[in-house]
Every structure is written in structure tokens, then in C-alpha cells.
Design a protein around this ligand. Structure first.
Ligand code: PGA
Length: 936
């Protein structure tokens, strides 16, 4: 077998004795990729791959930066034809795609191994309970928490997954084959067959275009999310619930009683509902997405009922069954007009399952006799459970039937809640038009107090109810979203869609504006008045302000307080159980003010909101809008939960799950289960462990200073620096990213950002392409910029010991530093310098980033007391080190391609060549994302 350069045993993957299996997989896959590349692209490309890999290693291994070899490397890439660069790029990206699968597979293997030890796995639910018990927390307190413990992942279609679903499908197949390989490693015949299958998958990867020719539609994206929710999430949810109940209720895991009061999971989705900056999300799309979700979960229930029916061959003659169950069989038969299966005459559970499946089919197809809702299905499942329990069938009731019931409780007939989001400006525009038409009131020119007065008056008067024809298309569209919610609620129940999120929420009037629009659609109604403030309201939605700019985050508690003084809003909240959800935006705050200021503002907002809510007895739920990258609020989830302010350490976590994070966390059942366990572990601990204690005032003051200083540096050097924004456009693949058809949503809110357009305005640019572009160049600056200057000044004025104490004694600060450390550790200044050569006059900007980077690194090392970054994160450090030379090749190809593309004339004649170059650039972007396992 030809040895692949990609699996060369000297390739520094060797020293990991404990990781033999992973090393073997990597070697095997490297070999196979090499063979396929040779078959498909020939010896020439195979040789080029080897050449650039070795050259990159040599440059990385050099003692000191060697200008000559550096130049040679760049020139190497410049010399290659576009076709060859593309082939080399594809070879490396396919290598990374499959290696990523091997690493994921290894994680599953390690989980299995660690579980064999029969002690609670670190960060598991059992470990949390054991720890709490050791700390003296009573079993009763743990049990009492169960009803309020809730994990609410909200799946979004944010454009941060570079891999097409088709590619993900091939990679899932690759994972299955690796699992088989573990079983048949010692069986030469089976092993060879699996290797052949792997070659076929890799050939498919080679021959499948990495990028789409068209943007996906919103419904394509809805399909992808539904596939995960009705796939692994559906599969693993009962197991996590079982683990949770057995650990907290102290029951036997194999014999759970009837499911406890509430389920731990409440999934949501924005796909088809999030219309912020997304013109293609219409009311029809929203309704279609909800239908799709419903159909897919009903289909799974049908399969499950049939499978349970096949299992439950319990004979009436042997053990009997309850009268209620027997009566229900007859009732169903008559109602559905079906003929009983003769062979099942004696098997009531089989018959019941068959009837359940039939009612589910009819529900899915809207035929008479279908279940009207999930409660009716639950009632049938319970009939079976009770009958089994009364007839020596506890073990049978506690198995698949229990899982089924748990799933129905979690997913209902909706699968997930479809949430709606829109920009505050769109709501304001709609309200302005309505009030203008209704009573000639110039709403948008009013100040905040005037707006609130106008909205209160409108909300206590009769609905405006203008005919649709009188309204502009935009306003009709905004109102149609509320009509869609109403229609979904009528069709699938209120829980299927009841949340409206206001992005860029700035004031109480933004919230009242939504209440008014909801009222126009019949989702809100209040007959109160100045004389009757306590009149009950009728409200069918929760309005969720999203605070995502630094100023608004700092003002968020005041905005909440102000809202709570408005009678009509109080009435709305009372109608919703005196509960308020508030969303915290991590990315836009970062884009607007830099890493440290955003971290501090998001933390402070949680603290202040929690205090304000507590003072009013209001049940607050915080919704965290986090992305995968540190610069967008990413980082280890468990630590983030434990680092919440003590007042905001609720036993619930509502959080966005976006893009590549979805595949990483939910593509494999064992990993999805582990992910949920880690979250629940952290929630149990943060809710029940003694809180960390208030940070001393001087720590808070220090953070205030650091945040302010870092924000000033960020504003001055980046946000308000036109030269820097030009540099951003030239030195990163940002313009080319805009045409990468990752997702259905345009890259900027105003639809700008294309290759031939002026430098972006940072406020208009969405956070994802901003962060994505910096990740590609390895500058990663959204994850650290500004901390260097701020910390250095603090250290220079004698604050080092205090900063060290903060790092040791304050989870928030430790997490903030460690997350920045991750970004700094993955950043790579030599690579960034190569990208900087793409910019004209980029030297001052490059030097500025460089200096700030050096300041950040030395300050972080001083505070964390390490010699090198990531010293205590050996797995990550090792992974970066091993991957670097391979990613180098991708960066080099990308830089050469960008230079060529941007220099190529854009006249008609050149169009095919430009298209080829752009394709190759897009491939390189995907390759770098695969190599770094992060888009940004
Ligand atoms: P948004 O998300 O632009 O949709 O608000 C930003 C992000 O998740 O980074």
C-alpha cells in the first residue's frame, strides 16, 4: 500500500501511546486519502501535497524566523496553477474532514472506556449529585430542583457551518465505518471490506463539490435542523431524563416509576422563524417550517409505536390487562373503523400500538380519527403503562414505553418551539405606519417617553384593524409574522410558537411596539384602563428583548424596570405567569466594543437583571445568544454556566446552538448525550452549591477599568479606524466569503458586503462574517483584541497580584482569561502576516495587531502564571501543533488564490477564470475551517 505523505509515521502524531487507536485511525485515513488523491488527481498532485507539507514543517521547526524560507513558501504557492492549488486544497481539506471524524470517534471510544471504570464520569449528572451530597446538600433539595431544571437549546441556521449537508452525510458514513473497523480490526476479510468502503467514501468526498452553487433555501435549512432534532436529540433525550431522575430521585435506572413531573429538555428552533435581516423568511415559510417539524416528529412516533407493538407480545390469556385498556381497544376500533388483526386478538398491547400508529398517521395526514394533540396520545400511552403496572409488567412499562412517553412530553406534536425574531427597526417602522394611518400620529419622531405614551394609548383603545390593502408591503409582512404565530398555535398548540425576539432592542417602547402588533393579530388583549389597572389580560406570546450592544446591556435592568412600571405591560406579564425572558447577545456586543468590554457587559447585565427581577418577584429567564467562537460568546459550556453571576445562577439554560456547533455536539448520539449531561451537571452545581460569593469591590472596579480601557483601544484602533476597516477587507477573505453559499441569509443586514463593494461599515456588518474572516487569517482578534493594552496598564500600575487573585478566586474572570487564551493560542501571527501581504499599505495595521497580540500574550501568561499559552490545555495545544503544518498549506493556497483573483480583470472574457478562482478560494475557506474545526 502506497504510503501517503499524510500518514507519514514521522509526522509527529507518534508520541501518544495512550492514543494508539486514534493514531492508527489517523494513519489509516491519511493513507486512504493519499491513495484516493493519487487515483483521482495523479502523482503530480500527490507530490505537491508532500512538498508543501514538508516545507511548512521546515519553516515551523526553524529555530528563528527565516525570511528566505518564508519567502520560498509564499513563492511556491504563487508558482502553482490555479487548478493545482485547488487540488492541493481539496486534498488537505478532505484529510481534515476525515481526521475530524476520527477524533470524534475517538472521543466516543474514550467515553466508553471511562465509563467502564464504574465511577461517575467527571462532569456527569451522577458526578454532580455525588459532589453535592458530599458538600452536605440534602437529597430533598436536589429532588426539589428537578421540576425547574431545564435545558433549552435553540437551533439556528446561522451561517457558521461550512460543510454542506451532503458532505456531513458522507462524514457520518465515515464515522459508522470507523465504528465497524473497531469491531473487525482483527478480521482481515471484514477489515479489507471496510477499507474499501472508506476509499469509496473518500472518493465521494473528492468528487463532491465542497461548496454549493446556490444558497440553500430556508426550508432546506429547516430540514437539516429537523433531522438533528428528530434524530439524535430525539434518540438520546429519554436516556438523559432517566439518568437525571435516577440520580436525583434515587430510583433504579432500569426501573423508573412513571416519568417525573417535567422533562429536562425543551428544544427550540429559529429556522424559518428568524427574519432579522433575512428577507426570505416569510409568513408562509414560518408556517411551512412548523409543519415540517410536526410531520417529522409524528413520523418518529409512528415508527416508535410500531416498534413497541412488535415488542409487547404480552398475552391476555397469560396475564390479563386492564379493563380500561380493553375498553379503549373497542372504542378505537369503532371510531377508526378498522378491522382488528386476527393474530393479535390475544395481544392487547400490540393491538393498542397498532391503533396508536394509525391515529398518528391520521394526525399527520389531517384525516378524521387522528389525535387532536399530544395529550391524547399521552393518555393512550398511560393506559398501556397502567395496565402493565397492574399486571406484573413493571419492567416492560419502564423500558421503551417509558422512553416513548418521555419523548411525547418533550417534543409534543411540534418537535420544537419555532421562535420568531425580527429587528426592532422593522417593528418600529410597522408601528409608525399604523399609528400614522390610524390617527396621523408621527410616532417615529417622538422621544422615548412620547412613544411609550402613544403605545399605551393605542393598546388601551380598540384595535387599529386597518385593511391589509391600506398598508405597505413591509408592514403587511411584519404583521404577517404574528398571524403566522397565531395560525401555528391554532394548528399545533401554543407551545409550538409563542416567543417573539426583538433584536437590537434599545428601549421599553421597542417591547410595547411588539405588544401592539401582537394585539393587532389577536395574540394580546387587555380591557384595562387607568381606572382598572388590575384587569386581566389575555396574552399568547412572550416578548423577548435581545440586548446586544454595550450601552443597552448596561441599561438592560433599567429598561426592564421601566417596562415593569407600564400597566399594560404588567398586565401582559401577569397573563404570562409573571415571567420575563431576556436575551443577551454575545457577538454584537463584542463586535461593537471588543472582547473584554463585551464579556463584562454581558456578565453585568445578567447580574443587574437578576436583581431587578428578584426585587419584583418576577421569574426571569436569560437566553444566551452564543456562537461557537470565543469572539461570539463560545468556549466550554459547562464553565460558562458555572461562571454566571451568583444571582443569575438559575437551574435553566436557554442558549442558541448554531452552525458547526450543531454537528459537533449532536451528530453522534453518545456525544449528544454527554453534552446534555455536562450542561445538567453544571446547572445542578451552579444552582445548589454554595455560591461563589460577591467579588470584592476592588475587583469590580478593576474590571470596570479594564473594560473601559479595552473598549477605548478597540474603538480607536478598530471600530473607528477607517484604515483598519479597509485593511480588514483587503487582508482577509471577507469579500469572497460573501459569495460563499453557506446559508440562506445575506451577510449584512442591508444586503451589502459583496466582492465589489466599499469597505463595510462595522455596525451594518453581521458579527459572523466579521469573526469568520478573522479566524481564517488566524488573527482571531474578536477573541482577544483590547485585553493586551488594558491588562498591561493594570499590571504597570502594580495590579498584577490583584489580577492573579481575581484569576484564582473569580470564575467569571478566570473563564474570561482562559477563553481569551484559547483565541490567542489558536491565533498564529506568522500566518496573519502572510495574509497582511494582501493589503496595500497594511504595515501599520499589521504592526498594531502584532503589538496588541504580544501585549495580550504576555499579560495572560503573567496572570495565569504559565510559561506558554495553553500549558494546562494539553489536548488543544497538541491538536494545534499537529494540525498547523497542514493548515499552513491551505492558508498558503488561499493567499495565492486571493491575490490572483483580486488582480484578475473582471471583464466578461475573464469570467470563467474568475469563477474558477472563486471556487478554489471557497474550497480553501472550507478547508481552513475544517483544519481549525471552526468557522469563527
Ligand atoms: P445574529 O447572530 O447576527 O444573527 O444576531 C450573531 C451571532 O450569532 O454571532
Amino acid at each position: 500500500m502506497a504510503e501517503s505523505p499524510m500518514s507519514n509515521p514521522s509526522n509527529r502524531l507518534a508520541p501518544y501511546a495512550a492514543m494508539d487507536a486514534l493514531r492508527d485511525d489517523v494513519r489509516l485515513l491519511g493513507d486512504l486519502v493519499g491513495q484516493v488523491v493519487r487515483e483521482q488527481a495523479g502523482d503530480h498532485i500527490f507530490a505537491l501535497v508532500e512538498e508543501v507539507r514538508l516545507a511548512a514543517i521546515a519553516v515551523r521547526d526553524a529555530e528563528s524566523p527565516d525570511v528566505e524560507s518564508e519567502r520560498a513558501l509564499l513563492q511556491w504557492a504563487e508558482r502553482q496553477t490555479t487548478a493545482d492549488l485547488r487540488s492541493v486544497t481539496r486534498a488537505f481539506s478532505i484529510y481534515f474532514h476525515v481526521i475530524n471524524v476520527a477524533e470524534q470517534h475517538h472521543r466516543v471510544r474514550r467515553l466508553n472506556e471511562r465509563e467502564r471504570a464504574d465511577v461517575p464520569l467527571p462532569e456527569s449528572i451522577a458526578a454532580a449529585v455525588a459532589r453535592l451530597r458530599e458538600q452536605g446538600v440534602s437529597q430533598e433539595r436536589i429532588t426539589a430542583l428537578l421540576p425547574s431544571l431545564r435545558v433549552r437549546p435553540v437551533f439556528t441556521a446561522h451561517p457558521s457551518e461550512a460543510r454542506r449537508p451532503t458532505l456531513l452525510l458522507h462524514l457520518e458514513r465515515c464515522a459508522t465505518l470507523l465504528t465497524d473497523y473497531d469491531i473487525y480490526r482483527e478480521n482481515p476479510r471484514r477489515r479489507r471490506a471496510i477499507e474499501d468502503d472508506l476509499r469509496a467514501v473518500i472518493t465521494l468526498l473528492w468528487q463532491t463539490a465542497e461548496t454549493r452553487t446556490e444558497r440553500p433555501s430556508v426550508l432546506d435549512e429547516a430540514q437539516s435542523v429537523v433531522r438533528v432534532l428528530a434524530g439524535t436529540v430525539y434518540d438520546v433525550a429519554p436516556q438523559v431524563q432517566r439518568t437525571l431522575e435516577s440520580a436525583t430521585l434515587m430510583t433504579s435506572p432500569s426501573l423508573p416509576p412513571e416519568p417525573a413531573g417535567s422533562a429536562f429538555l425543551e428544544p427550540g428552533s429559529w429556522v424559518g422563524g428568524d427574519r432579522d435581516g433575512h428577507p426570505f423568511v416569510t409568513a408562509d415559510v414560518t408556517r411551512a417550517a412548523a409543519r415540517l417539524a410536526r410531520t417529522s416528529v409524528l413520523r418518529r412516533y409512528m415508527e416508535e409505536a410500531q416498534a413497541i407493538g412488535r415488542d409487547l407480545s404480552v398475552s391476555f390469556r397469560m396475564i390479563g390487562a386492564s379493563d380500561a385498556l380493553m375498553a379503549s381497544l373497542e372504542r378505537d376500533r369503532v371510531e377508526l373503523g378498522v378491522t382488528p388483526v386476527a393474530q393479535w386478538a390475544d395481544e392487547p398491547y400490540r393491538r393498542k400500538c397498532g391503533l396508536i400508529a394509525e391515529r398518528l398517521r391520521r394526525a399527520a395526514e389531517d384525516e378524521p380519527g387522528g389525535y387532536p394533540d399530544a395529550d391524547a396520545l399521552l393518555a393512550d400511552i398511560r393506559l398501556m403503562r397502567e395496565s402493565l403496572l397492574d399486571h406484573c409488567g413493571q419492567r416492560l412499562a419502564g423500558g421503551r414505553l417509558w422512553d416513548f412517553e418521555t419523548r411525547v412530553r418533550i417534543f409534543g406534536f411540534r418537535l420544537c418551539e419555532l421562535e420568531v425574531r425580527q429587528h426592532s427597526a422593522r417593528f418600529t417602522a410597522a408601528v409608525t405606519e399604523l399609528l400614522q394611518l390610524a390617527n396621523a400620529q408621527p410616532y417615529d419622531t417622538l422621544d422615548e417617553a412620547g412613544r411609550v405614551v402613544a403605545l399605551e394609548a393605542a393598546l388601551t383603545a380598540a384595535p387599529i384593524a386597518l385593511p391589509a390593502a391600506a398598508l405597505s408591503a413591509e408592514t403587511r409582512q411584519t404583521l404577517a409574522a404574528f398571524d403566522a404565530i397565531r395560525a401555528i398555535q391554532e394548528r399545533h398548540g401554543e407551545a409550538a410558537s409563542r416567543t417573539v425576539i426583538i433584536s437590537m432592542c434599545r428601549a421599553p417602547s421597542d417591547v410595547l411596539a411588539v405588544l401592539l402588533l401582537a394585539r393587532e393579530s389577536g395574540l394580546f388583549d387587555w380591557s384595562g384602563s387607568a381606572g382598572d389597572l388590575d384587569a386581566p389580560a389575555h396574552a399568547r406570546i412572550d416578548i423577548v428583548p435581545l440586548f446586544e450592544e454595550i450601552g443597552e446591556l448596561r441599561q438592560s435592568a433599567h429598561i426592564l424596570e421601566a417596562l415593569l412600571r407600564i400597566p399594560v405591560y404588567r398586565a401582559a406579564l401577569r397573563a404570562r405567569g409573571w415571567r420575563q425572558q431576556i436575551m443577551i447577545g454575545y457577538s454584537d456586543s463584542n463586535k461593537g466594543a471588543g472582547y473584554l468590554a463585551a464579556a463584562w457587559a454581558t456578565f453585568g447585565a445578567q447580574e443587574a437583571l437578576a436583581r431587578a427581577a428578584a426585587a419584583h418577584g418576577l421569574a426571569l429567564e436569560l437566553f444566551h445568544g452564543r456562537g461557537g467562537a470565543v469572539g461570539r460568546g463560545g468556549g466550554p459550556m459547562g464553565r460558562a454556566i458555572l461562571a454566571r453571576p451568583p444571582h443569575a445562577s438559575y437551574p435553566t439554560l436557554k442558549v442558541t446552538e448554531q452552525g458547526e456547533v450543531i454537528f459537533a455536539r449532536y451528530s453522534h448520539a453518545a456525544i449528544a448525550e454527554r453534552h446534555f449531561e455536562q450542561i445538567v451537571h453544571a446547572l445542578l452545581r451552579s444552582a445548589l452549591e454554595p455560591p461563589e460569593g460577591e467579588p470584592p469591590a476592588e475587583w469590580v472596579e478593576t474590571m470596570e477599568r479594564l473594560a473601559a480601557r479595552s473598549r477605548d483601544v478597540y474603538h480607536q484602533q478598530i471600530k473607528e479606524n477607517a484604515a483598519f476597516l479597509r485593511f480588514f477587507r483587503e487582508a482577509t477573505p471577507f469579500p469572497e466569503l460573501a459569495s460563499l453559499n453557506l446559508a440562506s441569509r445575506p451577510v449584512s443586514r442591508q444586503g451589502r458586503g459583496g466582492a465589489d463593494e466599499p469597505p463595510p461599515n462595522l455596525a451594518d456588518l453581521r458579527a459572523i462574517p466579521w469573526s469568520f474572516s478573522w479566524t481564517q487569517t488566524r488573527a482571531n482578534l474578536p477573541g482577544w483584541f483590547g485585553i493586551g493594552s488594558a491588562l498591561r496598564e493594570e499590571i504597570a500600575s502594580g495590579g498584577l497580584e490583584r489580577l492573579r487573585a481575581m484569576y484564582v478566586g473569580w470564575r467569571f474572570f478566570a473563564t474570561t482569561m482562559d477563553n481569551a487564551q484559547r483565541s490567542l493560542g489558536v491565533a498564529d501571527m506568522p500566518t496573519f502576516h502572510r495574509y497582511a501581504t494582501l493589503a496595500t499599505d497594511g504595515a501599520p495595521q499589521t504592526a498594531m495587531v502584532d503589538e496588541e497580540y504580544q501585549r495580550a500574550v504576555s499579560a495572560v501568561l503573567a496572570i495565569t502564571q504559565q510559561q506558554a499559552l495553553l500549558e494546562r490545555s494539553s489536548v488543544l495545544a497538541r491538536s494545534i501543533r499537529l494540525r498547523n503544518p497542514y493548515v499552513d498549506a491551505l492558508h498558503l493556497a488561499q493567499i495565492a488564490l486571493l491575490r490572483r483573483y483580486r488582480a484578475a480583470p473582471s471583464g466578461e472574457v475573464e469570467a470563467p477564470e474568475r469563477a474558477r478562482l472563486l471556487d478554489a478560494i471557497h474550497d480553501s475557506i472550507n478547508g481552513v475551517a475544517a483544519g481549525l474545526q471552526e468557522t469563527g
